[in-house]
Design a binder for this molecule. Structure first.
Ligand SMILES: N[C@@H](CCC(=O)N[C@@H](CS)C(=O)NCC(=O)O)C(=O)O
Length: 208
């Protein structure tokens, strides 16, 4: 395994952007192999050897191979130089863990359904209006749940890993006509705050 950490995944992936934000906050020097989701590269044999379910990000770091964005980000956060993105207080930490689980289990698909309809229809099996209606309804449910404690970040005054997970996906939603339906109320206040995070600004994907 190389001495320098290697991140596998392309900059258009929301989960890869989350990892890149945490890597930047922690001043980690790393190489990147741009495994492109839009070209189907995660499902090619070369990447399936790294992640048998064909997903990015994957990271080679400190003589281990790590899959899954949450595991990668927590490791970088816990071993790196940056301010911690995981609250010490057990209650606040529980709310962060809840938000990450809600996002990865239900939120990613709901928001991707809305963003993908306009931006990446090929990634969601084509444009389907019934599926879009369900995604919009699920996005409303999700936002109410995630913004339960928000002030302005999901867990209060400081950003946590939960904000870093959600922000790259809301970026895509913000580029679509669904922005006015989805980014409302506390989510709109959250979105204004998130856009000021330096590593978020620095990792904006090139949309061509
Ligand atoms: N559970 C994975 C999910 C990662 C994921 O869904 N990545 C997307 C890109 S944002 C991907 O690799 N998609 C490729 C595919 O499904 O073919 C994690 O948390 O890292």
């Amino acid at each position: 395994m190389a001495d320098k950490p290697v991140l596998y995944g392309f900059n258009g992936s929301t989960y890869v952007r989350t990892a890149r934000m945490v890597l930047m906050d922690n001043e980690v020097d790393y190489d990147q192999v741009h495994v492109n989701v839009l070209e189907g590269e995660p499902k090619q044999p070369e990447h399936l050897k790294r992640h048998p379910f064909g997903k990015v990000p994957v990271m080679d770091i400190d003589d281990m191979r790590l899959r899954e964005c949450d595991a990668i980000c927590r490791y970088i956060d816990e071993t790196g130089k940056g301010p911690s993105l995981q609250p010490d207080d057990p209650k606040t930490r529980a709310k962060m863990n809840e938000a990450i689980s809600v996002f990865t289990s239900y939120g990613y698909d709901a928001l991707m359904g809305a963003a993908g309809y306009h931006l990446f229809p090929e990634l969601i099996g084509g444009r389907n209006d019934d599926a879009l209606s369900k995604s919009l309804a699920d996005s409303q449910t999700l936002n109410a749940l995630l913004m339960d404690w928000a002030d302005p970040f999901i867990c209060g005054k400081e950003p946590t890993l939960a904000d870093y997970m959600l922000a790259p996906m809301i970026y895509y939603v913000s580029l679509t006509p669904e922005a006015d339906n989805i980014i409302t109320g506390k989510l709109a206040r959250w979105w204004a705050a998130v856009q000021e995070i330096e590593s978020f600004k620095a990792t904006e994907p090139d949309m061509g």
